[in-house]
Design a protein around this ligand. Structure first.
Ligand code: DX5
Ligand code: ZN
Length: 228
């Protein structure tokens, strides 16, 4: 059997979208071939910025078929899981740094009927989540300090991706990377083992979203990564 180039999942982050016409922005990236819609929830406490809550998720839910990938950059995420699940989140990713009882929180997400993600800030080692890798569908490696779009990619994220690939064994979790993703660095993310990239400015700051997504996919293919 011929091996095929593995396809990259792209999750545009609405953080860089034009909120005055959000429905149109979302329709445009869906039409352009995005795989998931990434929703950055910030509470002004865990990160130095404020965005939106579950209300926006329920507003977007009927407007798109795309899986809603909610990245909770909030303190005490425990108190918000049911609200996001009820609002229509498909995936909920929480930060290992944001809770004392990570194992319990991940099960709370699963019990609420959502795919389970755990995220690491740039200063947090992979060892912080080794004990919970059996309980997750996705690991999100932050390649910027969370809080803002348009920041510079932190190279150290790549070695964490490689560690997560080595640790995976028979587990099926996806590896996602978030922050500073551009056409110029997507191939090395892919080569390290990333399955899904979050792209804010790389998609929403471009006029032609279809072209932006296509350029990311083409650049990723130059890593030559094959389906195993
Ligand atoms: C940063 C957010 C990111 C952000 C990425 O805290 O988690 O999802 O939107 O934006 P870019 O792709 O512009 O770095
Ligand atoms: Zn994010």
């Amino acid at each position: 059997m011929k091996s095929k180039l593995a396809s990259l999942l792209i999750a545009p982050s609405i953080l860089s979208a034009d909120f005055s016409c959000l429905a149109k922005e979302v329709a445009e990236v869906e039409e352009a071939g995005a795989d998931w819609l990434h929703l950055d929830v910030m509470d002004g406490h865990f990160v130095p910025n404020l965005t939106f809550g579950a209300g926006l998720v329920s507003t977007l839910r009927p407007l798109t078929q795309l899986p809603l990938d909610c990245h909770l950059m909030v303190s005490r995420p425990e108190q918000w899981i049911s609200a996001f699940a009820e609002a229509g989140a498909d995936r909920i990713t929480v930060h290992a740094e944001a809770t004392v009882h990570l194992d319990r929180l991940l099960h709370q997400i699963r019990d609420a009927g959502c795919k389970v993600g755990v995220s690491l800030n740039p200063a947090t080692p992979v060892s912080a989540i080794e004990e919970v890798l059996d309980s997750v569908d996705l690991v999100l490696v932050m390649s910027v300090n969370p809080g803002f779009g348009g920041q510079k990619f932190i190279e150290g994220a790549l070695s964490k991706v490689e560690q997560l690939v080595r640790l995976k064994g028979r587990r099926k979790y996806l590896i996602q990377i978030d922050g500073g993703i551009q056409v110029s660095n997507v191939a090395k993310c892919r080569a390290a083992g990333v399955d899904c990239v979050v792209a804010g400015t790389a998609v929403f700051a471009q006029k032609d979203r279809k072209k932006a997504l296509q350029e990311l996919r083409t650049a990723a293919q130059s890593s030559g990564r094959m389906i195993k």
